[in-house]
Design a protein around this ligand. Sequence first.
Ligand SMILES: *Cc1c(COP(=O)(O)O)cnc(C)c1O
Length: 445
Amino acid sequence: MSIIHHEPPFSASQLQQRSLAAVWHPCTQMKQHETYPLVPIVSGQGVWLYDADGNRYLDAIASWWVNLFGHANPTINAAICDQLEKIEHVMLAGFTHEPVVTLSERLKNIAPGALGHCFYASDGASAIEIALKMSFHYWLLCGQPQKNGFISLKNDYHGETLGALSVTDVAIFRETYAPLLRPCTHVPTPDWRYAATGESPRDFALRAATALENHLAKHHAQTAALILEPLVQGAAGMGMYHPVYLQRAREICDRYQVHLIADEIAVGFGRTGTLFACNQANIAPDFLCLSKGLSGGYLPLSAVMTTDQVFQAFYDDKTAQAFLHSHSHTGNALACRAALASLDIFERDRVIESNKTKAAYLNSIAAPLASHPKVRNFRNCGMIWAFEVETDDADFAARCFQAGLKQQILLRPLGKTVYFMPPYIINEQEMDWLVEGTLKVLDAI
Ligand SMILES: *Cc1c(COP(=O)(O)O)cnc(C)c1O
């Protein structure tokens, strides 16, 4: 039997047309596809995606920030195939299985602090809903039902279901649905792009922390939790901030009896240079939300980790006092095995250390980008790079995406912010390709 790769039994244009007729694509004005064609992907290998015409693209944004160890990773593929022979999925109420138990134990061992109780869902937004509900419910069980408000950072993104959108502050996602959302205070962001001239990132972060303190001094009695994206505000355009903010936020939340929810859905699993972003501030949240890279980016899986103190408040003879939240695919066995394989790779390949060398290499070759006349605020945190492009083009993001494809690079700017979030298996040659291609993109548009 012969299998011919990259020559599928359909043409690219057929697949594009069928997709536009039958698939409502996410985060997309479908009419724009009258101008911009869809890219029909048929396979992937390492950092590369291959389309139906045989073109390849370097996946510089890890397929929406999820992929850690490349496409078709042999270790993760093997783990999923092995699990497939055993049990693909079983409900997690009344049942348990080895992959979900082992994953919970291993996450507990590597997470900051003492987050020994792991609750599962299938996507990031659901993890946020769970953390918000658990926090509120905890205070209710403690006889403080008035603690039902949430605060988040200006420009934060936490997903797009209604609860998650309530604590999100990205206008394009939020404004249309504002009448459906719960009020939420967005306290000043520590993102240093907004610092005054001459003000250091650290001083700016401390100033933002003072604003948080002033808010909670007045409103802590009505506040269940502060939720934030630690160190990097992704959807806001990879806004980066000094870890001192997290230290101060932890102290302030403790002082005012407010939970701290760390949304590490995007930044967890090594993105910021440490396994978790919270590690850089040496703090532990009350709730840690994980998804995206949790399964190596392979399968939909999310988790909310919390403390004994929270868990014990729900532990009672009364069913109604339990956390009755559920999702059909909670703790999916295939996704848990993918996650375990991903954790194996972290250990086997000493990924956190090797990423430091890779990041240093990319920084060493990025000087022409950082000093490009159109580039502002070139910045790096761990395995994330970002910069703003000086342009009047309202269609910049779409044009940059198209120009990127011509250079065989998948770039998907957030407004005028171009960023790289490559899979960690990227090698030096591929980093050269990425930087040189991006320079050509900037010169082309
Ligand atoms: C992506 C993301 C989410 C939402 O995750 P989904 O799986 O897309 O629902 C929440 N918070 C942050 C910080 C994210 O980057």
